[in-house]
Design a protein around this ligand. Structure first.
Ligand code: BYC
Length: 338
């Protein structure tokens, strides 16, 4: 193909990184350069060239992740007023507040890709965006709150540590801080359960009951089996994902079963250590249940969205006041400069 464009591929990529508009003819070179940067483990930054599919999939995943953090505040937040001691109440308040912070980092990181937070929240409330299935299960007693810390935060860390090396810079950097906090969350949950296991027979039964109800749904947090995961292969090529859903699920099971045994809960009979692979076999999950919950059929699904709608409405005056204050500040800054 003859062309009057005398720029090299490197120059075109450099211009694209600086935001210079590109012609359709440059797309192949830009995509090759983009993939080469990913293969070399470089971070992609907001103003860099990126294929539309990469941008779209990141907005999808990061917003789903942000929604999970925000919706995830609900099953624990409703126990703040019922925490058994002042110490547990203080820890729980701090944890729930951390989840709000995680949502904020993630919405902010997603906004660097060009979709506003208002739009992302609109998609959640309209049922167009997903959030993790785990938060559609109810917290029926205090032990469930502790088990969320141990299992749900534990599963989240397993999934999110590789995301600290995700190819998109703002997502990867947000994950570093999130993972540090999740690690504290996981430990406080496990420690609270250890205390309960030193308590009465009724407390021990509560812990066992929570474990039985939350263990399998926590394994579903890693997504469908690899054979049925629509996005995995492309996401791994783009290094958004570093490990497959099944690999991470296995890693979580291998770490969790010895913890369950130390805690003193009975693990399901189907879970056995495989001497050949040195991993725990755990059989097939109930993928029909997973699909039903993904499609909005979870026990708490409508409560969760109603609670988020109410929070948005209740917060209107705060956003209005903050905007009015920011406007006044701007006027004052301009007046002072004149
Ligand atoms: N729930 O092709 P796949 C927390 C969807 S919160 C709902 O494997 P992908 C915490 C998936 O989105 C942190 N939907 O997808 C907060 C896709 O649907 P669409 C939660 C699920 O993206 C408070 C379809 O199924 N962590 O830590 O390659 C208190 C096909 O799946 C689920 C994150 O959000 C699910 N479980 O991989 C305590 C981690 N699984 O979009 C703790 C970030 C799958 O095509 N996200 N789907 O309609 C990820 O790492 C990935 O998005 C996933 C799925 C591993 C979840």
């Amino acid at each position: 193909m003859y062309t009057t464009d005398l720029r090299t591929a490197e120059e075109k990529a450099e211009e694209a990184r600086k935001g210079v508009p590109r012609s359709a003819l440059d797309t192949d070179a830009l995509e090759a350069e983009f993939q080469a940067r990913i293969d070399a483990d470089a971070y992609i930054e907001p103003k860099d060239y990126m294929p539309d599919g990469y941008r779209k999939t990141l907005v999808r995943q990061m917003s789903q992740h942000a929604h999970s953090e925000i919706v995830g505040m609900l099953p624990e937040g409703c126990w703040v007023g019922r925490a058994p001691t002042l110490k547990r109440k203080m820890i729980l308040i701090a944890k729930v507040q951390d989840e709000a912070g995680h949502g904020l980092y993630l919405y902010s990181a997603a906004e660097t890709l060009g979709t506003s937070r208002e739009e992302l929240v609109r998609q959640l409330l309209a049922g167009e965006a997903k959030y993790s299935t785990i938060f559609n299960y109810p917290t029926t007693n205090w032990s469930d709150v502790c088990t969320i810390g141990w299992l749900v935060d534990g599963a989240a860390i397993t999934n999110q540590i590789p995301l600290c090396r995700c190819s998109y810079g703002p997502y990867a950097r947000a994950m570093v801080k999130v993972c540090k906090e999740e690690s504290f969350h996981q430990r406080q949950g496990y420690e609270a359960l250890l205390q309960m296991m030193k308590g009465t027979e009724a407390q021990k039964r509560m812990v066992q009951d929570s474990f039985d109800r939350w263990f399998w749904p926590s394994l579903m947090m890693f997504g469908p089996p690899d054979s049925n995961s629509a996005h995995s292969s492309q996401n791994m090529k783009w290094k958004i994902k570093r490990f497959s859903n099944d690999e991470l699920r296995q890693r979580f099971v291998d770490a969790t079963i010895p913890q369950a045994e130390f805690l003193g809960v009975k693990v399901p009979d189907v879970i056995v250590k495989n001497a050949e692979t040195d991993h725990y076999d755990f059989g097939e999950l109930d993928w029909d249940e997973f699909m039903a919950v993904v499609k909005g059929g979870g026990i708490c699904a409508s409560n969760r969205i109603d609670a988020r709608k109410k929070a948005l409405e209740d917060g209107t005056w705060v956003r209005d006041a903050a905007s009015a204050y920011a406007e006044k500040q701007q006027v004052a800054t301009v007046a002072a400069a004149e």
